[in-house]
Design a protein around this ligand. Structure first.
Ligand SMILES: [Zn+2]
Length: 195
């Protein structure tokens, strides 16, 4: 894990350059603090590059006989598209069937958020999360499904507001066994309110 801090001053200089490049005056009142604010924002939303989700999960594993499905359904998330540095956001569904080892649910969420907080594409975010859980927990199976809207698809280029992109990564039993896969997707799609 890298401990080197994000270079805020460098981001500030770059943002100032962008303001100058679009013909703005970075010294006017409304913009004077903008480079600092943007630098703090990037530190927050892209700081995951400097963390290690594998380490996080490995440090929190514990032994448990449980070997049934664990599904975290409808996790709100956002990440940053690496092509445009614009957000994509939506819901994630993360499931696994344990094989002797489990991990705290909040650790799964923290590890996922570490992957979200870096320049990403939705496809890679999906398989990286699946692989991270598969390699650390060594479970019977892992499934990660993301449904997201991309600001870059809505604001620029094709301009298609409301398009939802779904990606999935299936490992182990969810990949091999049709029945397990169907049961999982039924549970994910069952949008009935439970709380
Ligand atoms: Zn994009």
């Amino acid at each position: 894990m890298s401990t080197k801090a994000i270079d805020r001053k460098r981001i500030e200089r770059a943002v100032r350059e962008i303001l100058l490049a679009i013909g703005e005056d970075p010294e006017r009142e409304g913009l004077r603090e903008t480079p600092r604010r943007v630098a703090e924002m990037y530190e927050d939303i892209l700081g995951g590059v400097r963390e290690d989700g594998y380490e996080l999960i490995r440090a929190s594993l514990f032994t448990e006989k449980h070997s049934e499905l664990v599904l975290l359904r409808g996790i709100s998330f956002f990440s940053i598209c690496e092509h445009h540095l614009l957000p994509f956001m939506g819901v994630a569904h993360i499931a696994y069937i344990a094989k002797g080892q489990i991990v705290g649910l909040s650790t799964i969420l923290r590890a996922f958020s570490q992957l979200c907080r870096q320049p990403q594409i939705q496809e890679r975010l999906t398989w990286q999360m699946a692989d991270m859980m598969y390699d650390t927990l060594k479970p019977h199976g892992v499934a990660v499904v993301l449904e997201a809207r991309h600001l870059c698809m809505e604001l620029i280029g094709v301009k298609k507001p409301g398009t939802i992109v779904t990606t999935s990564a299936l490992r182990g039993i969810f990949h091999k066994n049709e029945g397990s896969r169907q049961e999982l997707f039924k549970l994910i799609q069952g949008r009935d309110k439970v709380v």
